[in-house]
Design a protein. Structure first.
Length: 80
């Protein structure tokens, strides 16, 4: 990859932005085969990193909801 940070060192936003740039370059279709292949590999790495970050965030949210969910429930109204 031609970036200063490896995908594992990027924030989600940085990795997603780089992935979008890779997709745009690939969609333009005017790249030599070697460069297109290299970009494809970069894109797959970035997609994996983004997916892992999203999965970790989802797991964290689930854990937070489980830990604090009971505290957020309102008591039942009278007459229910």
């Amino acid at each position: 990859m031609n970036t200063e940070n490896s995908p594992a060192e990027m924030t989600f936003e940085q990795a997603l932005g780089r992935l979008e740039a890779v997709v745009s370059a690939m969609e333009a279709g005017d790249l030599p085969l070697a460069e297109a292949t290299s970009l494809y590999e970069d894109g797959m790495k970035l997609a994996r990193v983004c997916s892992e970050m999203l999965a970790a965030a989802e797991l964290k949210i689930t854990r937070i909801q489980t830990a604090y969910g009971e505290q957020m429930r309102l008591p039942p109204e009278h007459g229910e």
